[in-house]
Design a binder for this molecule. Structure first.
Ligand code: SF4
Length: 378
């Protein structure tokens, strides 16, 4: 069985105002944390091997080092982590990704990442507008982001994904168009684009609650999304997931595994794992994580995935993709349930049913949350 390995690096030099992810600025813990990740890998070797069989042993297909900001980790730690992945989990991974911040990128740094076998870089750029980058409390500037793409390519890593955001307070369609055009001019192999979210507990949410900023209206946000879709498709990007676009042959293999029911092992504080029948997650606390793993225990909780949970997971993951939801992968009773719920949306042109798959149409993409909500089984 092919499996993905996810390694979580929950450290950031500063906190972006919109971010609801777990991460810490306690850099003094970084080295101990990296050593603990390696210990967790050794503790979980048998779990990994248990996913396979004698005839079909389990093997690593993808590795993804995400965060947080993995590019803040010292190079020797990154090298040790990758060496330990190959020692603990056999395989010949075809995609090895690391998330980076543009201001951490230097020719030396990327050259070393490349020499460790990293062949894909995912970079959080968000916008090329310096005043908005400051507003978000991002550490980099627009020119640093543009330089970083060039440096990564010159170091020999051509598979580059960039993250963009749209729907900032007072943002106009023209301003968003300028960001999309700059992104295209850099010719990354992959672009992810998300609308700015106001998550409770974040400084951004507080600013909105206090009336200091206002969300843009739904219509403006929708026209930005439409512009993104049309422009990237014209520029040769395939729209393969609601928020993800790739040049042909450059879909994210690792992220696609989340949407297509492939098992993955998540290593590190707050990392999630999935093995088809259960889902588990490590404690989201760096100190407690380090303490527990060093005592030989895994600080994790888990839940069994019953048939209905599995079905609901498919609705909220596979339906996000252009491949759609495979109705052959669920029981006849659930297939009937899905088709019954989908009927009205098929008639209204929001879903299509073809080759035993349910897929969102272009119009369906604009109201995907509502369509998925209607297919969920409570
Ligand atoms: S760098 Fe990423 S993980 Fe860290 S605070 Fe910013 S958005 Fe969150």
């Amino acid at each position: 069985m092919k499996t993905g390995i996810y390694i979580h690096i929950p450290f950031c030099k500063s906190r972006c105002i919109y971010c609801g992810f777990y991460s810490s600025t306690l850099f003094g813990l970084q080295h101990d944390y990296a050593a603990t990740l390696i210990k967790e890998m050794y503790l979980r070797r048998s779990e990994f091997n248990g996913l396979g069989s004698i005839d079909s042993p389990n093997s690593v297909d993808t590795i993804y080092i995400g965060g947080g900001t993995p590019s803040t980790l010292p190079l020797p730690d990154i090298q040790d982590i990758l060496n330990s992945v190959s020692e603990c989990f056999p395989g010949n991974p075809r995609e090895v990704t690391i998330e980076v911040n543009p201001d951490d990128i230097t020719p030396e740094f990327v050259g070393r990442l490349h020499s460790f076998g990293i062949n894909r870089i995912s970079m959080g750029i968000q916008t090329f507008d310096d005043s908005r980058l400051q507003f978000l409390h991002r550490r980099h500037t627009s020119s640093q982001a543009i330089d970083a793409v060039r440096i990564i390519k010159e170091a020999g890593i051509e598979n580059i994904s960039i993250d963009l955001m749209f729907g900032f307070p007072k943002q106009t369609l023209d301003e968003w168009a300028a960001d999309v055009q700059t992104a295209i001019s850099l010719s990354p192999t992959h672009i992810s684009a998300y609308s700015l979210m106001y998550e409770e507990g974040t400084p951004l949410y507080r600013m909105m609650s206090e009336g200091k900023i206002a969300q843009i209206d739904d219509e403006a946000s929708l026209s930005m999304y439409k512009y993104l879709m049309d422009t990237l498709e014209t520029a040769g990007y395939e729209h393969y997931e609601i928020s993800n676009f790739a040049k042909p042959g450059y879909r994210s293999v690792h992220n696609s595994s989340y949407w297509h029911n492939v098992p993955y092992l998540g290593i590190g504080a707050s990392a999630h794992s999935y093995n088809i029948s259960t889902r588990s997650w490590n404690i989201a606390d760096i100190r407690q994580y380090i303490k527990a793993v060093n005592n030989g225990t895994l600080p994790s909780e888990s839940e069994t995935i019953d048939e209905t949970t599995h079905y609901n997971d498919l609705v909220t993951t596979a339906l996000r993709t252009s491949d759609g939801m495979d109705l052959d992968s669920i029981s006849p009773a659930l297939r009937q349930y899905a088709l019954q719920c989908a009927g009205i949306h098929i008639n209204n042109g929001l879903l299509k049913h073809a080759d035993n798959h349910l897929k969102l149409t272009r119009e369906g993409l604009f109201v995907s949350d509502m369509v998925m909500g209607d297919l969920i089984k409570i």
